[in-house]
Ligand binder design. Structure first.
Ligand code: ZN
Length: 177
């Protein structure tokens, strides 16, 4: 899955190659597991696995849940890959892009032009108002100039991104509930 590859790639760049075996194992596992069981499954020493888990945890790539063992009184740590955190990071990035696109659309819309349908005489909003929205040459009422070609591309991008964000937000909500 591309998402998991991206997650591993981000981890590789952040903590380095040495920690990827543990992280990769947790991703493949898909469920939480104690560090002891993880070490056993990977044929590694307990403290070696624990050391890697703590570093991965520090950077948010894994999370744990601790449960006190009623008999021994010690805490048992259950670990899992925190792939959701990456989804949240990507989603946040998309939200930022969307808000920038919306700002650009608003900026573009504020620049309204009027055109005479008869002879193509084009003026900005202020000039059109001065002429009572009629062409000074022929008296034909102005029409709003269609600058929609740029706008429609922008609108399509905004719509697409908005839908993506909505769907992914729902998905994340379902996962965490
Ligand atoms: Zn005209």
């Amino acid at each position: 899955m591309a998402e998991e590859e991206l997650f591993l790639e981000v981890a590789r760049k952040t903590v380095g190659e040495d920690y990827l075996d543990v992280l990769n194992h947790l991703i493949k596992k898909g469920t939480e597991i104690t560090d002891k069981d993880l070490a056993a499954e990977m044929n590694l020493k307990d403290n070696e696995v624990r050391k890697k888990l703590y570093v991965l945890q520090e950077y948010g790539f894994v999370t744990y849940r601790k449960v006190r063992d009623k008999e021994t009184g010690w805490y048992v740590y259950y670990w899992k890959a925190n792939v959701e955190s990456l989804n949240e990071i990507i989603l946040q990035r998309k939200r930022e892009v969307l808000s920038k696109l919306k700002m650009r659309l608003e900026g573009d819309s504020s620049q309204i032009y009027y055109v005479c349908p008869n002879d193509g005489y084009k003026v900005d909003f202020d000039a059109a108002m001065e002429q009572d929205f009629k062409c000074p040459k022929c008296g034909t009422p102005f029409e709003v100039y269609d600058s929609d070609r740029f706008n429609s591309t922008l609108l399509t991008m905004i719509e697409k991104l908005g839908n993506e964000i909505e769907n992914e937000t729902k998905l994340l909500g379902n996962k965490s509930s």
